[in-house]
Ligand binder design. Structure first.
Ligand code: ATP
Length: 323
């Protein structure tokens, strides 16, 4: 029989992503309906160290389901990675009588949560809040679908120039060490090629294809580069040098992290937020919640930190086929 939790904490950590607010709302409202109080921690683990804690009630999360970013703000905290930082964070949790913590963040945030769970036996559940979709145990992470959509909207605009001015465009997208966003964007944009960290890349074969296409009258190309694979300016310079064709680049950057969350992210965040609170109530600690094949999936935090193998082969085959 687990002890009933009276007060739970929630924080967002690492890079912000669209849908984090929907997750916070679901956490607060679920806790409220189950008779628990919620403490919101500002600026992730850094806020725990700095004792930045606010009370969150039902009304505090009204009208945020559609808002990008995170009302709790987020941070990357180096201090939390130290013994002293960890202890200060735990002291804040104790000071505010927080019985369990919900962490919304990416793989780094998951590792931090694992430390609180393993080293301090603190009850923790995590939600995959990152645009990168690089966490094990879930088909999607909160924010990825919106980031892909945002990138596609930008590329649709760039495409007008690409077609009018007849040139090669190299577009760099986010994704940290994962090529998932790049592959999704490449398929959705109908791109000619993609550079991702998961596979080695050779310029000669790309240039050969570009030149062959050029001989047949092709005048425009879109090449997507994952930030973890290469830098768009370098790739563009190399392609121009080797092909002799005018090549431009654009780095989409943080624009992908912002904006109104699309339906898929709001719904995912809401489902996972509810589930996270219920896990804490059931005494299921040290777990990460996700969705696999549209069913809630729960894995141990240790496992969830690992980068999953996505089926990139199919994406690459399709790109080649439709080029
Ligand atoms: P995103 O995927 O958006 O980058 P993230 O959660 O992976 O999000 P990180 O900056 O890697 O972002 O991690 C967020 C915070 O989690 C770090 O600033 C740090 O406080 C904590 N953290 C990261 N890695 C560790 C670790 N190995 N041990 C303890 N804490 C960690």
């Amino acid at each position: 029989m687990t002890q009933q939790m009276k007060r739970i904490g929630v924080l967002t950590s690492g890079g912000d992503g669209p849908g984090m607010n929907a997750a916070i709302r679901a956490v607060v409202r679920t806790a409220d309906s189950r008779g628990m109080e919620v403490a919101g921690i500002i600026r992730g683990y850094q806020g725990l160290i700095d004792d930045e804690v606010v009370s969150l009630g039902h009304r505090d999360v009204s009208n945020i389901i559609n808002r990008g970013g995170t009302i709790l703000k987020t941070a990357r905290s180096e201090k939390f990675k130290t013994d002293k930082g960890e202890k200060m964070a735990v002291a804040t949790l104790k000071k505010h009588h927080i019985d369990g913590l919900i962490v919304i963040g990416g793989d780094g945030s998951y590792r931090g949560a694992q430390i609180l769970h393993e080293k301090f036996q603190f009850p923790i559940v995590t939600l995959p809040g990152t645009i990168d979709n690089d966490l094990y145990g879930t088909d999607q992470t909160i924010g990825c679908a919106t980031a892909v959509n945002t990138a596609l909207e930008s590329i649709d605009k760039i495409r007008d120039t690409i077609q009018s001015m007849e040139r090669i465009f190299v577009v760099e997208v986010m994704g940290n060490k994962s090529g998932y966003i790049a592959l999704q964007v490449a398929l959705g944009a109908g791109a000619e090629d993609v550079l991702i960290p998961e596979r080695s890349f050779d310029y000669p074969s790309m240039i050969k294809k570009i030149k062959a296409g050029h001989r047949k009258g092709k005048v425009s190309w879109i090449i997507i580069v994952a930030e973890g694979a290469a830098k768009a300016p370098d790739v563009a310079a190399k392609i121009e040098q080797l092909s002799g064709l005018e090549t431009r680049f654009v780095v989409l950057g943080h624009v992908q992290r912002g904006g109104t969350p699309v339906a898929a992210d709001r719904i995912l965040a809401t489902r996972l937020g509810v589930q996270a609170v219920e896990l804490l109530l059931d005494g299921e600690y040290g777990k990460a919640v996700g969705v696999l094949q549209d069913e809630i999936n729960i894995v141990n935090l240790v496992q969830a930190c690992k980068m999953p193998e996505k089926h990139i082969g199919e994406y690459l085959r399709i790109l080649e086929l439709l080029r």
